[in-house]
Write a protein of this length. Sequence first.
Length: 510
Amino acid sequence: MNLYPTRLTEKLKEAWKAVLPIIGIVLLLSFTIAPVPPGILLLFLLGAVLLVAGMMFFTLGAELSMTPMGEKIGTKMANASHVAVVLLLCFVLGFVITVSEPDLQVLAEQVPSIPNHILILAVAGGVGLFLVVAVLRMLLSKALSLLLILFYLMIFILTFFIPEDFLTVAFDSGGVTTGPMTVPFIMALGIGFAAVRSDRHAEEDSFGLVALCSIGPVAAVILLGLWYHPGDTGYVPAQIPQIRDSVELWRSFSAGFPKYIEEIAISLLPITVFFALFQIVSLRLKKKKLLRILIGILYTYIGLVLFLTGVNVGFMPAGNYLGEVIAGLPYRFVLVPIGMVIGYFIVKAEPAIYVLMEQVEEITSGAISGRAMGISLSLGVAVSIGLAMVRVLTGVSILWFILPGYILALCLSFFVPKIFTAIAFDSGGVASGPMTAAFLLPFAMGACQAAGGNIVRDAFGVVAMVAMTPLIAIQILGAVYQVKSVRAGRTESMEESYLDIWGEDDIIEL
């Protein structure tokens, strides 16, 4: 049995490279302006080790299992003759994946006015419905930008009819529910659907599923806000653990492991069962390919258990404490540049980011490099965290940032290549993953608590801000790419005209 040790080593190096800057920043802050108790620091460092190991297993596992599973199911469904059956399967798939997403349980706890099961079912229904819309768009080859404008216009009109305390939770839900479980599978599903098309727009249409699926949760939570008229959206942050010795340190992690072992097992089960049914009914993959996918599922499971335990048990208390200490300084404005630096590096540690960058490079045959995408995403997230910290310190409504941001992103969609728009809106859902929810959100909550603000109104919304700025950053990358392509085309045509007039030998002689 090939367990891919060489590739695991490569993924380990990638994970260390991504996480090391975060460790360095936290250590620098803790030994200078923001002293951290030894117990919290040890939790963070042990969490970082688990996070690196988790990223190593998850990225390879998603590559071996989630991507091929999604592509093969997508290709098989696209070849089906009954469109109604395909759309029904897409709804069921979107629904079951969302219900099993671990981060959705966290979201449900943040909205005390709505029963948890009603919120979860509504959000899952929203994702399932918009996955159907996304697949229909691909099958009918409709423009993504027009659909995005239509749905976001609807959402922003509805925001004026719900309480402001509820607004931030609604926008955060779009980033939370497109987590590490759903993103690789849904993106691969899009590639599978596009593979059966031979037209020139197939490559562009392979992206955009995550973009549309991210709208579903926002719309669902806003509609529930209209229905329930929530009056109390107060949120009490979790207590920071007091670690006095190594036994208590291990107890914190040993309490977390069983929880995430169970959660990830429940999360992976629907996708695995769905694939198993397809394998029995129509796929019938050969033993070698099937074994590769099974190993990938095992690696994905191990990776997510280690990753989520490390992030939630180790990173969350450190983020909360650092935010509280820095915001309590006499020069609390330093929170903005520190948040920007953390934001720049922390997006590199999001597990699904690597899946996105690899798929973009593969689909575009290297025309859009993963490195350029990574830098664009980092810059976008840095800006978003800076703006989020401004909100924490000033209490400015999230609408003053979200509304102009989305208007700018949607306007840019008319001036850049379509594939960049699709990738940009997919990136928003991918960038706002568990690292944002488990480190940056507690960081903002701790800072908000120290600044005396409203936690739900001013601290929540970080995930929404992180999901917004990549839309602009990636499309700006697309504009630069387009300008360079035009210039290259002009140079090429000039060279051809010179050849027509002078001939190749004359030019060489000159």
